[in-house]
Design a protein around this ligand. Structure first.
Ligand code: IDP
Ligand code: MG
Length: 141
């Protein structure tokens, strides 16, 4: 497996505020190629499955409510060292702690409504990409 793919979602707060264009622009400027993308809305079941790892966390119910509150943009991104490079571009989970110029610093409002998702490992990047784009031939890119 090559480490050149990551998965992202522009989350409902950022979509609602009209930040899709600005965020995609940052992603392009940082050298990522968009190899799949869709505007969609998660069902409660889909969001719960996607965030299953956080099932026991106190914020889980709020997270599912938030992630199903509006449309998201789901995308697969390609770049060398994609996962790490993208986590750097989006910044810390809590926007108050995110570095200047990062997507979360610029566009997120809180630790829960934090504008964007980025995969945390190569393995999860593939799992998450397949979750949202069943038929994509990721390995051919
Ligand atoms: P990440 O998105 O930076 O990888 P995770 O720890 O994987 O952060 O958490 C997944 C998502 O759950 C976060 O992006 C955020 O929306 C939400 N979340 C994480 N920690 C908290 C918290 O302490 N309070 C409320 N929501 C949280
Ligand atoms: Mg995470």
């Amino acid at each position: 497996m090559e480490n050149n793919i990551t998965f992202t979602m522009i989350k409902p707060d950022a979509v609602n505020k009209g930040y899709i264009g600005a965020i995609l622009n940052q992603i392009n400027n940082a050298g990522f190629e968009i190899i799949a993308m869709k505007l969609t809305k998660l069902s409660k079941e889909e969001a719960s499955k996607f965030y299953q790892i956080h099932e026991e966390k106190p914020f889980f119910n709020d997270l599912i409510k938030y992630m199903t509150s509006g449309c998201i943009v789901a995308a697969i991104l390609k770049k060398d060292n994609a996962v790490e490079s993208f986590r750097k571009l989006i910044g810390s989970t809590n926007p108050a702690e995110a570095d200047e110029g990062t997507i979360r610093k610029l566009y997120a409002e809180s630790i829960s409504a934090n504008a964007i998702h980025g995969s945390d490992s190569d393995e999860n990047a593939i799992v998450e990409s397949k979750f949202h784009f069943e038929d994509i031939e990721i390995f051919n890119h």
